[in-house]
Design a protein around this ligand. Structure first.
Ligand code: OGA
Ligand code: MN
Length: 277
């Protein structure tokens, strides 16, 4: 197994993830925590193989809003039909931050890809945090933010009516997290806000929070903190929701794209050491 660092994340080659031994699984778990996102190609996994691979890392966290594979409720389908306009994840975001204990990350496996396009972008929120000035870092470390999914998946949302969603408006919820968290495995400081689910800083109004949040979103999205992954059938991206953001590009009108996603349960989040709470 070869692990090659990329600008964001790392590519894992010379590996068949069905054949991992104990040491190989440990090495991958470490690389996942260290690099934030791991990329693989040419993996021939059945749905059962996909589940077995995911369970090498932790238990599975079943998404409350995505349709599952009929035969395998642990696997969510991330699907865009040829005649569909919107896609899932079509802006910078990270998943499940509205949960008290947000998911660690996902193992996304490509089943059908368009002839061109349909890449996914990834951003490194640790490198982006490190590049901020010490004054802003300190301010952010003193803050918490409220995250919710009600505007995305709730009764009033468009998404709850979409075909690619379960439509489960009662599954909505919210949570408060530090704006700068320590990665549960590496201790690295990470900016933990995102465009999809962060509403405002605790003690600040939505209007007051918006300019600083917007500044952070533009900062993280800069070229030096991001990469773009191209999929073939059998490619896998395995991302950490704490240390990365992702964005599914929607640039393949008229083609179908089908991914299978297994989401891995996370750990309680804590503020980075030295931050006030
Ligand atoms: C997701 C997601 C990205 C993609 O599954 O959470 O955002 O490229 N998918 O499909
Ligand atoms: Mn996502």
């Amino acid at each position: 197994m070869l692990i090659t660092a990329e600008k964001v994340g790392a590519t894992v080659s010379d590996v068949d993830v069905r054949q991992l031994d104990h040491d190989g699984a440990r090495q991958l778990a470490q690389a996942w925590a260290d690099h934030g996102v791991l990329f693989f190609h040419d993996q021939e996994l059945t749905p059962d193989d996909h589940i077995t691979f995911a369970e090498r890392f932790a238990t599975i966290d079943v998404n409350k809003f995505f349709k599952a594979v009929d035969t395998h409720p642990q696997i969510a389908t991330v699907l865009k039909e040829a005649d569909q306009e919107g896609n899932i994840g079509g802006a910078w975001h990270t998943d499940h931050t509205y949960d008290q204990i947000p998911a660690r990350g996902s193992i996304l496996l490509a089943r059908e890809v368009p002839p061109t396009g349909g890449d996914t972008r990834f951003a490194d929120v640790g490198a982006a945090f490190d590049a901020l000035s010490p004054g802003l870092q300190k301010t952010l470390e003193s803050l918490h933010a409220v995250h919710s999914n009600e505007h995305v998946f709730g009764k009033a949302s468009d998404y709850s009516k979409r075909d690619d969603r379960l439509g489960n408006p009662d599954g909505v919820g919210s949570a408060t997290h530090p704006v700068v968290i320590a990665h549960p495995q590496t201790g690295r400081k990470l900016l933990y806000v995102n465009m999809a689910f962060t509403l405002h800083f605790v003690g600040w109004s939505v209007e007051e929070s918006a300019p600083l949040l917007q500044y952070l979103y533009e900062h993280v999205g800069q070229d030096q903190f991001t990469t773009q992954f191209s999929w073939n059938v059998g490619s896998i991206a395995m991302w950490d929701n704490r240390s990365t953001w992702h964005w599914a590009l929607n640039d393949y009108p008229g083609y179908r794209r089908l991914m299978h996603r297994i989401t891995i349960s996370g750990d309680p989040l804590a503020a980075a050491a030295g931050a006030s709470s």
